[in-house]
Ligand binder design. Structure first.
Ligand SMILES: NC(=O)c1ccc[n+]([C@@H]2O[C@H](COP(=O)([O-])OP(=O)(O)OC[C@H]3O[C@@H](n4cnc5c(N)ncnc54)[C@H](OP(=O)(O)O)[C@@H]3O)[C@@H](O)[C@H]2O)c1
Length: 272
């Protein structure tokens, strides 16, 4: 028997929701989802989404809740309570709610959306807009193994996914959730360093960015041990070794650890 096609819904049609829609459409996940309904309060944004992707839009979250089988909660954390109050009566055990909201724990979501809905929590990052996202997935109340598989299949079209326990989510939020800003900061520092050596800003940025991208691609393709890779590039007496000597004697590693620890602490505070 051919399984019935499902409806994919969104509460909020902002940047992250758009990235997920793009991935679903590009990956042909339409074989699973025949319809996409997005609830969005900003009418101009809703029109933009309808025009760009051919999705159905509505200003009414209840309409999306009624129509969809799988619903992404993609509003800002401060708007979650209002959405929950409106849609809670419609979230029966037949609905799967996937929250991508930073800092909203499964316990908080269950209290807000009711005890019946199947819940999955996801911590994505902005890179899913370039289909190179990193999404951590965690099963919540009533979610089945196939719910988790379905969410992973949908989000893997937008990058990598990993299934983790919720206790890891503050660390995930710090490393991959906030990580794009930290890597961009490193890129900015590399580009400024290049400019100080006489390169034009646009050239310095290109060199820094392509080197960051290329290093990640090479490391993934080769599976190289990071320490061995660094030692291999930094041959004794060479240019890389001269630079590495400064980095290794600096506080760089402890500054990065402290950066992640501060982000994880803030994630824990926001989740209370
Ligand atoms: N952006 C990131 O890098 C990132 C990374 C990880 C996780 N997240 C999480 O992803 C979620 C979405 O983030 P985003 O950056 O995509 O936000 P966004 O671009 O601000 O989009 C949220 C959209 O939801 C709309 N909205 C608010 N209340 C609504 C309601 N009751 N019904 C329907 N639509 C409503 C907003 O309209 P108004 O502007 O009029 O309120 C806005 O257009 C957040 O919870 C965030 O924590 C984001």
């Amino acid at each position: 028997m051919v399984p019935m096609k499902k409806t994919l819904g969104f509460f909020g049609a902002g940047k992250m929701a758009e990235g997920i829609v793009q991935a679903v459409l590009a990956a042909g996940d339409r074989s699973f989802f025949s319809r996409i309904v997005m609830a969005e309060t900003q009418s101009a944004r809703a029109r933009e989404m309808a025009r760009a992707y051919g999705v159905e839009t509505t200003p009414d979250a209840v309409e999306a809740a009624r129509a969809a089988d799988v619903l992404f909660l993609a509003v800002r954390p401060q708007d979650v309570a209002a959405v929950a109050a409106a849609v809670r009566p419609h979230l029966t055990a037949r609905k799967l709610l996937v929250s991508i909201c930073a800092g909203k724990s499964l316990a908080v979501l269950r209290r807000a959306f009711g005890p019946k809905v199947r819940l999955v929590r996801v911590m994505p990052n902005l890179c899913l807009r370039a289909r190179e996202g990193m999404c951590a997935i965690c099963a919540g109340a009533n979610a089945t193994a196939s719910d988790v598989k379905r969410v992973a299949a949908t989000l893997s079209a937008a990058g990598r996914t990993v299934v983790l326990k919720e206790r890891d989510f503050d660390a995930v939020t710090a490393l991959s959730g906030s990580g794009p800003a930290f890597f961009a900061y490193m890129e900015q520092a590399m580009a400024v360093g290049g400019e100080k050596l006489g390169l034009k800003p646009a050239v310095a940025r290109l060199l820094a960015e392509q080197t960051m991208l290329g290093t990640a691609a090479y490391l993934r393709a080769s599976g190289a041990d990071l320490g061995m890779f660094i030692a291999g590039v930094a041959t004794k007496g060479g240019t890389t070794a001269a630079g590495m000597d400064i980095l290794a004697r600096s506080d760089f590693a402890s500054v990065v650890s402290a950066t992640l620890a501060a982000a994880a602490k803030r994630s824990k505070e926001l989740g209370r």
